[in-house]
Design a protein around this ligand. Structure first.
Ligand code: HSE
Length: 303
């Protein structure tokens, strides 16, 4: 094989208390990435939302550099990234590119790497955008469905098929600081009481995901450590309004990754109710928004 064309999904991470642990692949939006074997070096073309084209500054380029070096590959690659997931949105835009590059190089150079090894390589791409090799977006991008980073060293990913639910993402058109900045505002020390509450939220969320009980999923979509710190640092817009709307209409609401996107989750047949509630909030906030009506999706696939 000398080239491959891939559909790389958006992902939402954290989902409440699962900071750097929980991730979910989304059906919409997604990027397309085309990777072609070349004689040497790494060349990057970008269409759609702009992202860096130098290999060291691009999450996919960086992954390709590392894999070419580690596996002593004596050729190069051309990456054509059709970027439809807004960078810096909290929807795993950097992860989609990083995971796409890892998947593509594995196929093109017949490396026969396991999915977990691809997650490891793809997570290196996150260093470029977030300053940390967090794996909670690249894991669902590769596996699809709901993923739990059960262990980081050595990496162990748990993967579950989520129940059918409706999801609405509200993405404000504001310039967010980088994920790096959103990570710097997180407290380094937290009261035990908050840790206990977050363990309860996370356990409830996982119980719901595995048993298919949507009420438990919604109940678990809370966080009293990372989200409040980021909300206070103004990383999210109108976060309290979205959370209040969730309580009112019976939806789970959480920041999507490091924001600024906010995600709502509800029974599939009630998704329009959630969409309307989020749309009303967006209209009162005085900034433009993109609203996605979506659902859990698959991992990277060939086109
Ligand atoms: N877990 C990461 C964070 C996800 O919250 O910083 C970034 O999308």
């Amino acid at each position: 094989m000398i080239s491959i064309r891939l559909k790389c999904p958006a992902t939402t991470a954290n989902l409440g208390a699962g900071f750097d642990i929980f991730g979910l692949a989304l059906k919409e939006p997604y990027d397309v990435i085309e990777v072609e074997k070349s004689s040497s070096g790494i060349e990057i073309q970008v269409e759609g939302y702009d992202v860096p084209k130098n290999p060291e500054g691009n999450t996919g380029g960086y992954v390709a550099l590392r894999m070419i070096r580690d596996f002593a590959i004596d050729s190069g690659v051309k990456l054509r990234i059709i970027k439809r997931i807004k960078p810096g949105s909290g929807l795993g835009s950097s992860a989609a590119t990083a995971a796409g590059a890892a998947y593509a190089l594995n196929e093109i150079f017949q490396l026969n790497l396991s999915l977990d090894t691809l997650v490891e390589y793809a997570s290196l791409g996150e260093i470029v955008s977030a300053g940390a090799a967090h794996a909670d977006n690249v894991a669902p991008a590769l596996y699809g469905g709901f993923t739990i980073i059960a262990s980081r060293k050595p990496l162990k990913v748990l993967n579950f098929k989520p129940p059918e639910v409706g999801i609405v993402v509200a993405l404000p058109h504001v310039e967010k600081g980088s994920t790096r900045i959103a990570r710097e505002v997180i407290p380094k020390h937290v009261p035990l009481e908050h840790v206990v509450r977050n363990i309860a939220y996370a356990s409830t969320f996982v119980a719901g995901m595995i048993s298919g009980n949507v009420d438990l999923i919604k109940m678990g979509m809370n966080d009293c450590i990372v989200e409040p710190a980021r909300a206070e640092a103004c990383i999210f817009r109108g976060f309290t309004l979205f959370k209040e709307a969730g309580v009112k209409i019976g939806a789970g609401v959480a920041a999507s990754g490091a924001g600024p996107a906010v995600i709502g989750l509800i029974e599939k047949h009630l998704v329009d109710r959630l969409y309307d509630a989020f749309e009303k909030i967006c209209n009162t906030l005085g900034v433009d928004y993109t609203l996605y009506k979506t659902e859990p999706g698959n991992g990277i696939s060939k086109l």
